[in-house]
Design a binder for this molecule. Structure first.
Ligand code: UDP
Length: 239
């Protein structure tokens, strides 16, 4: 058994993680890779709640910029997260992990409704809980849903999986001299507008002293390393 630092965490996967290198849509090979890791850490006793984004399929804010009503576009974005949740559920279950999809928008044929106490019960029984449809409200993001669910479900940390190694002083994709922070406070992340998560999500995490571990999802073994408390990526804490 690996020695884990956490008992229960919330793992935030953006839609991008499901698209792999393809930029959009759902790429089964990418889902397969991180699902294997999630199942491994769960088998070591980590209770995992997941919040899945939808940006690989639909992002409300971009579509409203192109003329759609923002709330309608956001509801479409939330529905996109349900599709992603079902794809991740399928992959996790193929590897033998029991899961439940809990949706913030009622969709009883494909998921359970999100009921906090029920979600906690599933986690206690060792099932991965996949939270779909974000917060259920337009004008929010799945990052905010991740912060909200992490608090409600009494998770010890948010694991924010990204395509870069951590939080940098500037965008590492376009600036080769960007420097990565090892640790940073929520307040610094807000003040410096570092865009690790949106400001609503970071504020919520800050007010409730919820640490955020930012790490690269595409490096194999990273989920386990973070779960063991290894010093990879950036830790957002305190302040
Ligand atoms: N969304 C929403 N309310 C929520 C969560 C998500 O309206 O509580 C919508 C919003 O339009 C967002 C889309 O769903 O753009 C997809 O979520 P997000 O952009 O957070 O996905 P990610 O960037 O993680 O792939």
């Amino acid at each position: 058994m690996d020695n884990l630092r956490y008992k229960r965490v919330l793992l935030k996967l953006s839609g991008e993680a499901l698209a792999g290198g393809k930029g959009g849509g759902i790429d089964p090979a990418s889902i397969e890779a991180f699902s294997r890791e999630i199942v491994h850490v769960a088998s070591q006793g980590l209770e995992i709640a997941l919040v899945i984004g939808g940006g690989n399929i639909f992002r409300g804010v971009s579509e409203s910029a192109r003329g759609m009503d923002r709330a309608s576009a956001d509801y479409m974005g939330m529905l996109a997260t349900v599709m992603n949740a079902l794809a991740v559920q399928d992959a996790l279950e193929k590897h033998g992990l029991d899961t439940r999809v809990l949706s913030a928008i009622d969709m009883k044929e494909v998921s359970e409704p999100y009921i906090r106490r029920r979600a906690i019960r599933h986690l206690e029984k060792g099932r991965a809980v996949i939270c779909a449809a974000g917060t259920g409200n337009p004008y929010f993001t799945t990052d905010t849903a991740a912060a909200l669910r992490a608090m409600e479900l009494r998770c010890e940390a948010i694991f924010k999986a990204t395509k870069v190694n951590g939080i940098y002083d500037k965008d590492p994709m376009t600036n080769p001299d960007a420097v990565m922070f090892k640790t940073i406070t929520h307040m610094e992340a807000l003040e410096k507008r570092l865009r690790v998560m949106d400001t609503t999500a970071i504020s919520l995490a800050m007010d409730n002293k919820m640490p955020i571990m930012v790490f690269n999802l595409f490096e194999e073994g990273n989920i386990l390393k973070v779960a063991k408390g290894e010093d990879i990526g950036t830790t957002v804490t305190g302040g």
